[in-house]
Write a protein that binds this ligand. Structure first.
Ligand code: OSB
Ligand code: MG
Length: 380
């Protein structure tokens, strides 16, 4: 067999309504401006992926627009002379994109679509291709900043009734102690954590130390989005485990985290780390250095959700992730059927040979606002 090769790549920009806005310390997201990448193989299979870059550069430096540009001008071109015979060849996509600086979410969108296409072409379940073993994964929920503490408590109550296994609340200076105290008072045994998205600084260490009384599972990315050193200072001062999100882009970052004790937990997002190959390396590094690991979310559509579920099936993901059922944000997801609980608080890891069988082409087309087809030799 001559192996899988790529005939063309389609990049789509979608604008999808969200059921409710999501507010964090860096802003408010009301609808979903998102890229979907399709990798079409010579044999006629299609691999899909979702680019998790946001509309504006507030979580990291990327945007939907910059990802569109990076893919069209630089990244897709790297695929034309590559053919994929065995699993090891898939790691070459990461290696080919490595010389280009940063832009991990744009890189991930292409890399993951190639893995997804390979799963389709060779009829191998994507989760197995990644090294997954688990067939069901536990799910928590990330709750955005609410208009009132009462509203927050009501929402959390509803989520617990649905079965979510842990609750993460977004915090920022001025919206922290009150919601955390209220939730701890109402739900004494709740697995509770806080995510600050870099809203605090070293001068807040004394404040963060007082949060030990809330017995949080962890506090996620309290300090600088690009920092490790100050997080180490913080971790030495508090009992609550520090979890790193924004700061982690590679297995090397995990090694550095362990070396300087910048945190005890890693939130892995496929987009932020450049895709599946680096995610596997991070998974292995967390096991090597004894860090806890879970899979974060970026308010994905079903395509991104199915990929998050597939990577979470690897054995080292030992804490509930942020990937909720589709209905959390979308009345009508672009996959059919939508992601739903298999049992309350759990998602099934389905043996999908890539996600193509779940993509609803009509809905994908319906929500597409821009589309570009890239082929070898055609200038962009
Ligand atoms: O920091 O984990 C984060 C959403 C968008 C950007 C950053 C983050 C989040 C979430 C939501 O916390 C996770 C989800 O429900 O997908
Ligand atoms: Mg986070």
């Amino acid at each position: 067999m001559s192996g899988m090769s790529v005939r063309e790549v389609v990049v789509r920009r979608l604008n999808l309504p969200m059921r409710e806005p999501f507010e964090t310390s860096f802003g408010r997201e009301t609808d979903k401006d998102v890229l979907v990448v399709e990798v079409h193989t010579d044999a006629g299979h299609i691999g899909y992926s979702e680019c998790v870059a946001m509309a504006s550069p507030v979580y990291n430096e990327e945007t939907t627009g910059t990802a569109w540009q990076m893919l069209s001008d630089f990244f897709v071109n790297q695929l034309w002379d590559q053919s994929f015979h065995e699993r090891e060849d898939l790691f070459l996509v990461r290696d080919r994109l490595q010389p280009f600086r940063k832009n991990q979410m744009a890189k991930a969108a292409l890399e993951m679509a190639v893995w997804d296409a390979y799963a389709a072409e060779y009829s191998v379940p994507l989760f197995e291709l990644l090294g997954g073993v688990r067939r069901e994964v536990p799910v928590g929920i990330s709750v955005g900043i609410q208009a009132s503490t009462r509203r927050l408590v009501e929402k959390v109550e509803g989520y617990l009734e649905q079965g979510f296994q842990r609750v993460k609340v977004k915090v920022r200076p001025g919206y922290d102690e009150e919601p955390l105290s209220a939730l701890r008072r109402e739900f004494p045994g709740l697995l509770l954590m806080a995510d600050a998205n870099s809203a605090y600084t070293l001068s807040d260490v004394p404040l963060l130390k007082t949060w030990d009384r809330f017995h949080l599972m962890m506090v996620e990315q309290p300090l600088g989005y690009d920092d490790l050193v100050d997080h180490a200072t913080l971790q030495a001062a508090i009992d609550t485990p520090v979890c790193l999100d924004e700061s982690i882009h590679s297995a090397a970052d995990v090694r550095k985290t362990a070396k300087i004790k910048a945190g005890k937990v890693i939130n892995l997002k496929l987009g932020r780390v450049g895709g599946f190959a680096e995610a596997i390396a991070i998974h292995d590094a967390c096991a090597e250095y004894g860090l806890d690991l879970w899979c974060g979310g970026m308010l994905e559509t079903g395509i991104g959700r199915l990929h998050n579920i597939a990577i979470t099936s690897l054995p080292g993901f030992n804490l509930p992730g942020d990937t909720a059922p589709s209905a959390r944000y979308f009345t009508e997801d672009i996959i059919e059927p939508a992601v739903e609980f298999s049992t309350p608080g759990n998602l099934a890891v389905e043996p999908l040979c890539g996600v193509h069988s779940r993509v609803d082409r009509d809905r994908l087309e319906h929500w597409t606002v821009d589309k570009r087809t890239l082929r070898q030799g055609e200038s962009s």
